[in-house]
Design a protein around this ligand. Structure first.
Ligand code: FES
Length: 490
């Protein structure tokens, strides 16, 4: 049988195949992520590859693109291949000074806190004095199967559970290797681990078949809050409100204050918590990966060169990039402010339609949104805004009574609240009381790392919450449809 050898940073993977398949198909079937926002149609150029061996001649699409594309290249015999465009995105090492001060006794030497996001995995390494030695992040390789939670559950149930488990454990191992190398410590010295994530991510990490959370009434057969393979996995609240939101609530300390507050975690799965009169209400809505750069043709994570903010100056669009380097794409905050700028300039109308969507240049790099990107973005923002609306309606909460509005998520402080209001992500009334808390899921995991008494607190949070169901509910569906258009007055 012919063999495909995939060359990766640290290893080579051998895959056998039958017939003359497309390279992208063989990789995806083997559980290897191939960034393909255009669905393999040769349009986005994100599946760029270096190949040698028995492959088809470059076709017209590849000649125009000036490179080989995994979605256009047929394997005719033994081949060596290396995916090119994903390398820069694969591991992002951040220099960050978020040290921790804790009064609790710390009995370990080096510890890690990990947030398994549906799109991005982030790991922080600390020493026992509270110094953050390294922060590393990578795209979740399970995206090879699907960009959202439902698609991954489905893939696991179709016989890919072991592959999905291996993908995420390998990814965390690799991040840990990077973190230890950059901090100059030995892997074996890491003796404490907290790993958080949404319910489905923890199922897949532990290799547990997510059958119970795949069918109505969606009752998880475990909610974690336990040790697995030496790591503490914080408790989830239900099938779709996971340990990541329990951690975010812990980090925000919202339940320790005598005021009505709302927390919104913006990610592939938008999760919302309301603290009111001593009760905690939670809900979640599938927003899709647009806010994390997924399924947007020029979308990227928060990497160097990502456009993170756009402003309108004298009728002209000005964009800034992370690290002030050549633009490579748009991350979530850049996407929100670019769409807001398009609305302000009349490039698109309130339905999202625009005839001439301009190319945006920043530091010599060009980025352009497509009409499909804007549609995907509208669905994502409608899911979050409808979830907030229904949460407030069902709990009979007057928006004016909300004293603090916590916003967590990967793009944290880069988000412009005005832009978020302009595109209809949040109601205007909430904009005055916003408090950004960054990646609060990770912050909560760090709290657990440094102070075990927080385990009791997080268990209380998870076990006493009331779930507000949205999926399949008429009121949510109606709000969602209404919220797809952009607001006319902002
Ligand atoms: S997936 Fe190959 S060009 Fe888009």
């Amino acid at each position: 049988m012919p063999k495909l050898t995939l060359i990766q940073k640290y290893n080579r993977i051998n895959i056998t195949f039958n017939g003359t398949p497309l390279l992208r198909d063989v990789l995806v079937k083997s559980g290897i992520f191939v960034d393909s926002p255009c669905g393999g149609n040769g349009i986005c150029g994100k599946c760029k590859v270096r190949v040698s061996g028995a492959v088809s001649e470059p076709n017209k699409t590849e000649i125009n693109a000036g490179c080989r594309l995994a979605c256009q290249t047929y394997l005719l015999g033994d081949v060596e291949a290396e995916l090119l465009s994903q390398d820069a995105e694969f591991v992002n090492i951040e220099t960050d000074t978020c040290n921790v001060q804790s009064n609790a006794e710390v009995l370990w030497k080096y510890g890690i806190a990990v947030d398994i996001g549906t799109t991005t995995v982030v790991l922080k390494l600390f020493d026992n004095s509270g110094e953050c030695l390294s922060t590393v992040s990578a795209l979740n390789p399970q995206r090879a199967f699907a960009s959202d939670v439902i698609g991954r559950i489905d893939a696991a149930l179709r016989g890919n559970n072991e592959i999905l488990k291996k993908q995420i454990t390998d990814c965390i191992d690799e991040l840990l290797k990077y973190a230890c190398t950059s901090a100059n410590i030995s892997l074996s010295d890491v003796d404490k681990r907290i790993i958080t994530g949404n319910t489905a991510m923890l199922y897949l990490y532990t290799g547990r078949l997510p059958e119970s959370i795949s069918v109505a009434p969606f009752i998880a057969d475990t909610l974690f809050g336990e040790f697995y393979d030496g790591a503490y996995l914080p408790p989830c609240m239900n099938a779709f409100v996971g340990a990541d939101i329990s951690c975010a609530i812990l980090a925000s300390q919202m339940c320790e204050r005598d005021e009505i507050s709302l927390l919104c975690d913006i990610g592939t799965n938008g999760e919302i918590a309301l603290w009111k009169n001593g009760r905690l209400y939670v809900t979640s809505a599938a927003a899709g990966p647009a806010f994390e750069g997924g399924e947007i043709s020029c979308g990227v994570g928060c990497v160097s060169g990502a456009i993170d903010r756009v402003t309108v100056d004298n009728g002209e669009i000005k964009a800034t990039t992370i690290d002030n380097t050549k633009a490579v794409g748009l991350c979530g905050s850049g996407l929100i402010s670019l769409v807001s700028a398009f609305l302000e300039l009349g490039v698109i109308d309130e339905s999202g339609y625009g005839e001439n969507i301009p190319i945006i240049n920043a530091n010599g790099g060009n980025v352009q949104l497509t009409q499909d990107d804007i549609r995907a973005f509208q669905l994502a923002k409608a899911a979050i805004s409808a979830a907030i609306e229904i949460m407030l309606k069902r709990t009979e909460t007057d928006i004016k009574d909300i004293k603090t509005f916590y916003i967590s998520g990967g793009f944290g402080n880069n988000l412009s609240v005005n832009d978020a209001v302009k595109i209809g992500l949040f109601p205007k009334e909430l904009s005055k009381n916003v408090k950004f808390i960054g990646n609060a899921a990770l912050s909560g995991a760090i709290k657990l790392l440094f102070d075990e008494s927080n385990i009791e607190k997080i268990e209380r949070i998870a076990h006493t919450s009331t779930h507000i169901a949205l999926s399949g509910e008429d009121d949510f569906y109606k709000s969602f449809i209404n919220d797809i258009d952009f607001p006319i007055n902002w």
